[in-house]
Design a protein around this ligand. Sequence first.
Ligand SMILES: O=c1[nH]cnc2cc3nc(NCc4cccs4)[nH]c3cc12
Ligand SMILES: [Zn+2]
Length: 380
Amino acid sequence: EKDYERKYMYAVRYELIKTCKQTGARLGRLHTPHGVIETPIFMPVGTQATVKAMTPEELKDIGSQIILSNTYHLYMRPGHDLIERAGGLHKFMNWDKPILTDSGGFQVFSLGPLRKIKEEGVEFRSHLDGSKHFLSPEKATEIQNALGSDIIMAFDECAPYPADRQYVKNSLERTTRWLERCKAAHKYPERQALFGIVQGGMYKELREQSAREITAIDLPGYAIGGLSVGEPKEMMYEVLDYTVPLLPEDKPRYLMGVGSPDDLLEGVLRGIDMFDCVLPTRIARNGTAMTSQGKVVVRNASYAEDFTSLDPECDCYTCRNYTKAYLRHLIKCNEILGARLLTIHNLHFLLKLMENVREAIREDRLLDYKKDFFEKYYGK
Ligand SMILES: O=c1[nH]cnc2cc3nc(NCc4cccs4)[nH]c3cc12
Ligand SMILES: [Zn+2]
């Protein structure tokens, strides 16, 4: 389309197709400048402008609709200005579908003692060479504007777990002030959608306060942050139980950093539309596969002479062409092909799971699907 058409296009528009009668699950479509995304959706993580070990073509072949990348990492290396001169992140990494970038807050806070938080922003030392840097709502927004991602995340503070109530309250209130500053600094709201992030730790009243404050700021989508930070699963589900209903129905809901198959299903049941997690790609590289029969640690000696497919019920390239014995061999030798083949399978497994979930919502049988999946995958 011509430039003037793009000017009047929404950056991101959520279309709610149906809500499951049995549960809070939703079927939706997310319209973005780089294509339409069917939700609920799992987003593979490509921290340094690559989903590790995968080409864009392989990502498309397994059904990836959108990928994540990281503001902090790309700012540190190769630099957001270089990527801007390359024509933006899509062009730089040759990915023409949607991209979501996290704002860098979480990564900087994960640096631990290397950082100092102030109202203005966060001072930290580079994990690469120890040099001093400063990230603020304005800087994080400027970086994401330069990267050109379709969805950009507000610069927030993900409170550590556990954290005392007063700390979490002060932190969520600063995150709200930082969101206002991100929205004010955002240069291209008509083509990059800024999502706000709800914080509040594990405290019901603070989650309600954060949800009220963040959704009072009109934005194309909202995320739930501050979870998947080491808290018990049941605690995360409880926070979702009372936080998700406070988010507007007509906007996408993104649960950051989640997750494993059970967390994805529990999140969908509670009305979450978008997920991301490094798990499938990370465990693939050290030899663990998610299969229809549950986890298979293919590097275990028991598979040394197992000449059967990784997952008999999977139709991915890896399961159609290689045996567990061969995959084990590759992983033991730390061969690059081992990481590639297990990554292809694990991502395909989660993307296929979400495709099955969308179909189950369409046919109002999500609870049955979840029960069957849990019995096969977790044996319970
Ligand atoms: O509040 C958040 N704000 C912005 N980004 C996040 C990313 C997040 N990722 C996880 N968990 C997944 C993990 C990945 C590596 C260590 S934990 N939790 C997260 C919380 C946030
Ligand atoms: Zn497979």
